[in-house]
Design a protein around this ligand. Structure first.
Ligand code: NOJ
Length: 761
């Protein structure tokens, strides 16, 4: 009997391998894809199907001996029994080969694993944090940055990134704003599209392209009070108009996977939310790819007070449309019995498994499960020139010039006596930022190194007081010094003797990111005090900010002549900053998030509604929507950023002042470079629908173009205005364009008041 079953299984395996051999990877839409998926599915037991829906974190030293005890041993056993469909956090071509070998050679059906990793802004070579990249508004550079990240990570065995994060957020207290594209839906959608294209390329079966993930579906960026994982309550108008569009843009780019989110949305955890996953994503939007849970988010439905226990959580999640369980281990434990008890339909399991298998076919893993496991390729690609060049290009484009009074910048390249002050100026770790994948600690080019290698000035570096304690690689708690002023006097002395002071201040690389919400957004520790003390002896200060979110820098904005927002710029940070400070690159970034004057203004965002009692600045009234102790206006608005040159806008024209629904017209403006150097301006188009069936924001970004002009040069910049610029989603989720009056604004930021009127019939 035993002999007979062995023969049967061997025959099945033979049949499958015959089916898999010599096949080309199959693409979406190819009828052969469904046929192959169906035929494989028909050979699978219910246990094996459920196994495909199970994703484990890397759980042992993969190339070492197999684990013998505890949780790791159980997971290892699951892997060998074909009860694991995917693993995350296993990296390196040899490690991935080792786990893949078990899946392919030791399990009954030999189905390869898909290998996930958080490739958020690079892998071993880092690009700027995503928020910084968004500040470039440069879609081609952003796509390239994702493309090189895919190249470097795929060479190390990864074939699935959990990026891009496309959550819109208006709350700088939320540490994960560093990981997104900022506060605006239009810009966020454009960037979501490019990032997906960059990661996935045009052909997923190529070894240098990887699956992308649109995350976190949905509403995660609207957590109450900016505290991570917190409750989200938003109306459907916000959901359809502000939160969903970047996910739809990712879908347009053919994103293959979605990840749900930790938060509850209007009372229902996203992971167990069938409105989100079944009705909207897989229903209305006809998404054919895979929905993976967030890390343990299925189990988290228990403390959310939504699931009684693990089994109930598995039932709720799968019925709501979550296809793969990341690290809760609840699917593998309970789904078989849930199907047998009739609480989960086997057809829903089949649907989830088909989605997973399809992706494995599209990646070409059945053709060659080791295609991402070539150690020669890994060596050749890791840190290659192409990647370094792309991240440097991205870094310089991400820098935003916030202030430059008196033309302190750019600095001359030689003959100057510069005092460089601040711990972050020599920090080679913080510029790597959060979500740093496998980059080596302390490997970024520091500002000190960048300035020394790009100019011939006399640079005296003084750290000032220690702000952050030691190297904080993946520190869960960043220790900030509030008391020890050692180093203050040396910094002040250096400033006294210098022509120009460059101060690099801001956040440690781990003060933003997941779980890193903050209530105080000022400069941490003694940095503000240091800034003010140095200012007393030498006000010629260039403040370079390094941070993962908008900070409150109201004092600096008032006193410091030059302010450069340099974020956490990744591996080439110091070189990019030096290029901007020396004028080798004329800054062109524009803020993707509003900078508040104080934390009390948060959430603050440009596309707010007017209220019934809008701002009447200058009027001595009490009963209007305002604060008694702060203006409503931000410190720096969304879309804001200066250049070493200046631009003039004139001749704003609309091809007609009236348009029929369904029609289109042209809006044009003349842009002139009125300064002395070549520069790039991002011309921004905003729309205001004055009266509508749902109150519309006072301005909404609907287009932008980047224009580079030589000194004295001018150019007519044209935008097409059509229904896409004028419509919105009703609270029921229907797209409409309504007749009536609109105002169209053009300018270099969201505060521009240059506008024309348009009437829609
Ligand atoms: C939790 C995060 O929310 C998610 O974005 C990430 O992809 C997973 N952990 C895996 O690391």
């Amino acid at each position: 009997m035993k002999y007979l079953s062995t023969i049967i299984i061997s025959c099945i395996i033979l049949l499958i391998s015959l089916g898999f051999q010599n096949i080309k990877p199959v693409a979406k839409g190819d009828p052969a894809l469904d046929a192959r998926v169906d035929s494989l599915l028909s050979l699978m037991t219910l246990e094996e199907k459920v196994g495909q829906m199970n994703q484990y974190n890397g759980f042992w030293e993969v190339t070492g001996p197999a684990p013998k005890d505890g949780d790791a041993a159980r997971k290892y056993e699951h892997l060998r029994k074909g009860l694991v469909g995917s693993m995350l956090n296993v990296t390196g071509s040899e490690n991935v080969r080792a786990v893949q070998r078990i899946a392919v050679e030791e399990t009954r059906l030999g189905i390869p694993l898909v290998i996930g990793y958080d490739v958020i802004h690079g892998f071993k070579t880092l690009s700027p944090i995503p928020l910084a990249e968004a500040a470039s508004w440069d879609l081609a550079a952003i796509r390239k940055s994702a493309e090189v990240a895919a190249k470097e990570s795929s060479a190390a065995g990864v074939n699935w990134t959990f990026a891009p994060m496309v959550d819109i957020s208006r709350d700088a207290r939320w540490g994960r704003v560093m990981e997104g594209a900022g506060e605006d839906t239009y810009l966020g959608s454009k960037i979501a599209y490019e990032r997906v294209k960059g990661f996935q390329g045009e052909d997923l079966s190529q070894p240098h392209t990887i699956l992308a993930t649109a995350k976190h579906f949905a509403g995660y960026g609207f957590s109450e009070s900016g505290r991570d994982y917190n409750t989200v309550d938003v109306g459907t108008s916000t959901l359809y108009n502000d939160i969903f569009p970047p996910f739809q843009a990712a879908l347009e780019a053919d994103v293959k996977t979605f990840m749900n989110s930790f938060n509850i949305l209007n009372g229902i955890p996203a992971t167990g939310n069938s409105f989100l996953q079944r009705d909207i994503l897989k229903g209305k939007w006809a998404f054919e790819g895979l929905m993976v849970s967030d890390w343990g988010s299925i189990r988290e439905m228990i403390p959310h007070g939504f699931a009684r226990d693990g089994k109930h959580a598995a039932e709720l999640a799968v019925n709501a449309g979550s296809d793969m369980d990341m690290e809760s281990a609840l699917y593998v434990e309970h789904l078989v019995s849930l199907v047998k008890e009739g609480k989960v339909k086997e057809s829903d399991i089949d649907d989830a498994v088909k989605r997973i298998l399809k992706l494995k076919f599209e990646l070409g893993l059945f053709e060659d499960p080791y295609k991402y496991c070539n150690s020669d390729r890994e060596k050749e690609i890791t840190g290659s020139k192409e990647i370094r060049d792309a991240v440097l290009d991205m870094a310089q484009k991400s820098i935003v010039l916030l202030k430059n009074e008196g033309g302190l910048l750019p600095l001359k390249k030689s003959g100057a006596n510069i005092a460089l002050i601040g711990q972050l100026a020599a920090d080679k770790d913080s510029p790597l930022g959060s979500w740093r994948a496998l980059v080596e600690a302390n490997s970024a080019v520091s500002v000190l190194e960048g300035l020394i290698s790009s100019g011939q000035n006399k640079i005296q570096y003084e750290r000032g007081p220690l702000v952050f304690d030691g190297t904080q690689n993946f520190a869960f708690e960043v220790k900030v010094n509030e008391e020890d002023r050692t180093g203050f006097q040396e910094a002040i002395q250096a400033a006294k003797q210098a022509e120009v002071v460059v101060m690099v201040l801001g956040e440690n690389g781990f003060q933003s990111g997941e779980g890193r919400s903050r209530t105080d957004l000022g400069l941490p520790g003694l940095q503000q005090e240091l800034l003010e003390e140095v200012y007393k002896v030498n006000p010629n200060i260039v403040l370079v900010l390094m941070n993962g979110r908008p900070l409150v820098i109201d004092w600096a904005a008032e006193h410091i002549p030059s302010i450069v927002e340099a974020w956490h710029l990744g591996s080439e940070s110091g070189n990019a900053i030096a290029k901007v400070l020396y004028g080798d690159y004329n800054p062109s970034g524009k803020l993707p998030m509003t900078f508040p004057r104080n934390v009390g203004q948060i959430p603050i965002y440009y596309n707010h509604k007017n209220t019934g009692r809008p701002d009447y600045p200058g009027q001595d009234l009490v009963f209007w929507s305002h604060y008694m102790d702060s203006p409503n206006t931000p410190l720096y608005p969304f879309g804001y950023g200066l250049s070493y040159t200046s631009f003039e806008y004139s001749d704003l024209k609309l091809s007609a002042s009236q348009m029929n629904k369904g029609g289109n017209m042209e809006l044009s403006v003349v842009l002139k470079n009125t300064g002395a150097v070549k520069g790039k301006e991002t011309v921004q188009l905003y729309v205001h629908d004055l009266v509508a069936s749902t109150s519309r924001p006072i301005k909404e970004l609907k287009g932008f173009q980047q224009i580079e002009l030589a000194p004295g040069e001018s150019k007519e910049v044209k935008f097409i205005i059509d229904e896409k610029s004028l419509g919105f989603y009703t609270p029921e989720g229907n797209w409409i364009v309504e007749s009536g009056e609109f105002k169209l604004f053009l300018g270099g930021d969201s505060a521009s008041e240059m506008n024309v009127d348009l009437v829609i019939d």
